[in-house]
Write a protein that binds this ligand. Structure first.
Ligand SMILES: [Fe+2]
Ligand SMILES: [Fe+2]
Ligand SMILES: [Fe+2]
Length: 326
C-alpha cells in the first residue's frame, strides 16, 4: 500500500482517499475469495464483538461486504471533490492454508487502520473527511479483532494445517466449469463497471440508485457462483494470478481497472452489450447443467440479468430523449 500522512491540500486529501480505495477494492475481493476457498459450517469461533458463535467463512464474507461499502463511500466523496476514483487495486493473495489467509487478512486490516488513523490534517481542514476516515478505521479495528478470534479458535482446534479448496485438474476439460469461471469473471467486471457509473452519476440519486441495484445483483451473483464452483468440485479463481512454487497465488490486477463511458449516453451504451453477452453465456451454461439446485440458482441469475437488460435499454432510450443531457 502507498502511504500519505500529511494532508494539507485538496489534492492530498483525494490522494489519501484513492490510496484507501485501492486497498478497499482489493480486500473486498480478497476476503470473499478467501471465504469461498474454505468449507461452510466447519470453522466456528466466538465473535469478540457480537458475542456470538459464528461461522468464520460467513463472517469473512460479511467483512468483504463492509469493504465494498467502504469503497463506495470513498469513491463518492472522491467524485464530489472533483477527483477521479481509482479502479487500480492493491495485491490480492491466496495461500494454500486457510489460517495463512486469515493471518494476511488481519495484517492488511492493521495496515489500513494505520493509514486512516495516522493521517494528519491541519485543524479545521476537511472535517467531514477526517470524520469519515476515523469512522471507517473503527470498522477495520473490529475486522482485525474478528480475524484474530477466528485464527485463535482454529489453532485451539488444531486446524492450522487445514487447506483451501483446490481445483480438480479434471475440471479443465469440463465445459460447464470453465464457462462458470468465465461468467463469474464477467459478474465481477459488471459489478465494478456499474459501481464506476454509480460514482460518476452520484450527484443525482435517480440514475445512481438504479445502477447501484444492478451492481449489488452482480455482486450477489459473483458470490453465489463462487459457492456453485465449490459444489462443482472447483474453487473461485483470482484473475491474472500467478502461482509460485509454494502454491501461493498473487495478482496485481484482480479486476479490470478501466471501464469505457464518461457521461450518461456513453456509459449506458457500454452496459447493454456486456449484459447481452452474459445472458447468452448463462443460457449456454444452463443447457449443460442437470436439473437441480445449481440449475435453479443459475436460472435466477439469468432472470435478474434479463431484468437488467430491460432496464438498461430504457435508461439509454430515455437519456437519448432529453436533448443536451450529459
Ligand atoms: Fe475497509
Ligand atoms: Fe476491514
Ligand atoms: Fe446484469
Amino acid at each position: 500500500m502507498k502511504k500519505i500522512k500529511q494532508i494539507k491540500t485538496k489534492e492530498e486529501a483525494i490522494k489519501l482517499l484513492n490510496i484507501a480505495l485501492e486497498h478497499e477494492w482489493a480486500v473486498s475481493l480478497e476476503y470473499t475469495i478467501h471465504a469461498y476457498s474454505m468449507p461452510k459450517g466447519k470453522f466456528f469461533y466466538e465473535d469478540p464483538i457480537m458475542k456470538y458463535k459464528t461461522d468464520a467463512r460467513a463472517q469473512t464474507i460479511q467483512i468483504g461486504i463492509d469493504e465494498m461499502y467502504h469503497s463506495l463511500q470513498l469513491g463518492i466523496i472522491i467524485t464530489q471533490m472533483g477527483g477521479i476514483p481509482s479502479f487500480e487495486t492493491d495485491e490480492v493473495v491466496r495461500y494454500p492454508r486457510i489460517i495463512d489467509n486469515l493471518k494476511r487478512d488481519k495484517e492488511t486490516e492493521d495496515i489500513v487502520t494505520d493509514l486512516y488513523q495516522s493521517a494528519e490534517f491541519k485543524e479545521g481542514d476537511f472535517p467531514k473527511i477526517q470524520n469519515m476516515v476515523l469512522n471507517i478505521s473503527y470498522d477495520e479495528v473490529r475486522h482485525s479483532k474478528q480475524f484474530v478470534a477466528m485464527m485463535e479458535e482454529m489453532k485451539k482446534n488444531r486446524f492450522e494445517d487445514a487447506l483451501c479448496f483446490q481445483p480438480n485438474p479434471e475440471n479443465e476439460d469440463k465445459e460447464e466449469v470453465q464457462l462458470l469461471h468465465e461468467i463469474t469473471r464477467t459478474e465481477n467486471e459488471l459489478m465494478h463497471r456499474y459501481l464506476k457509473y454509480v460514482l460518476l452519476f452520484s450527484e443525482h440519486q435517480d440514475l445512481s440508485q438504479r445502477l447501484f441495484k444492478n451492481a449489488i445483483d452482480h455482486m450477489r451473483h459473483w458470490d453465489k457462483n463462487s459457492g456453485i464452483l465449490v459444489k462443482m468440485g472447483d474453487v473461485i479463481q483470482i484473475e491474472n494470478a500467478e502461482k509460485d512454487s509454494n502454491g501461493v497465488e498473487r495478482s496485481h490486477s484482480p479486476m479490470p481497472s478501466l471501464y469505457a463511458g464518461e457521461d450518461r449516453p456513453t456509459a449506458l451504451e457500454t452496459l447493454i452489450p456486456v449484459e447481452e453477452t452474459l445472458l447468452a453465456k448463462y443460457e449456454k451454461l444452463i443447457s449443460l447443467v442437470p436439473d437441480g439446485e445449481i440449475k435453479d440458482q443459475l436460472q435466477l441469475h439469468m432472470a435478474l440479468n434479463r431484468e437488467h437488460l430491460f432496464t438498461q435499454e430504457w435508461l439509454l432510450k430515455n437519456v437519448q430523449k432529453i436533448k443536451g443531457l450529459k
